[in-house]
Design a protein around this ligand. Structure first.
Ligand code: ADP
Length: 171
């Protein structure tokens, strides 16, 4: 069953020793605040240079780069939806982010991957529905796909951590 492949961790995603960490980026892929800023800071200027060559990323899609100075070999950049109240397709777009990241991971033979809580910072997606989507999408893919061995949700604050933990225990 997939649940033993999923864990929750409270802390900084840039320190994760996994094959790939996911970045909650913006459409430009040229860096920003929050987790995006932390990843670029830790990865060093080589990441920005590589990102410049990608010509951005549409919302809901995912792009892969090297990890540069990070412990992770890869960074998978995805762009979550900005929350506009919930009637603008936000839930489906967020689900697409998780699906597309895992699809890219699968194509690159990535076995271990860490996700931040996409869209729940500056983009304002409420944590309860966002975490439910994150857990539902990942579980559903792990049930069908044997190649990914470990998924970690890295939560930067206690509320986010509590939300994910409750979901994973009760799913
Ligand atoms: P978005 O624009 O997609 O909302 P943010 O980076 O603003 O992205 O926030 C997404 C989540 O990442 C938030 O829960 C935020 O607290 C968290 N976060 C910020 N820095 C880090 C970090 N270094 N590691 C893991 N999560 C982080």
């Amino acid at each position: 069953m997939s649940s033993d492949k999923i864990s929750v961790f409270k802390g900084d995603i840039t320190l994760q020793k996994v094959d790939a960490i996911v970045n909650a980026a913006n459409n430009s892929l040229l860096g920003g605040g929050g987790v995006d800023g932390a990843i670029h800071q830790a990865a060093g200027p080589g990441l920005l240079e590589e990102c410049r060559r990608m010509n951005g990323c549409p919302t809901g899609e995912a792009r892969i780069t090297g990890g540069h100075n990070l412990p992770a070999r890869w960074v998978i950049h995805t762009v979550g939806p900005v929350w506009h109240g919930g009637n603008d397709g936000e839930a489906e777009t967020l689900a697409m982010c998780y699906r597309n990241c895992l699809e890219v991971a699968h194509r690159h033979g990535i076995k271990t991957i860490a996700f931040p809580s996409i869209s729940t910072g500056a983009y304002g997606f409420p944590i309860e529905p966002a975490s439910r989507i994150a857990v539902r999408e990942v579980k559903s893919i792990l049930e069908r796909n044997e190649s990914i061995e470990k998924v970690v949700y890295v939560c930067f604050n206690q509320t986010t951590y509590d939300c994910y933990l409750k979901l994973i225990m009760n799913y």
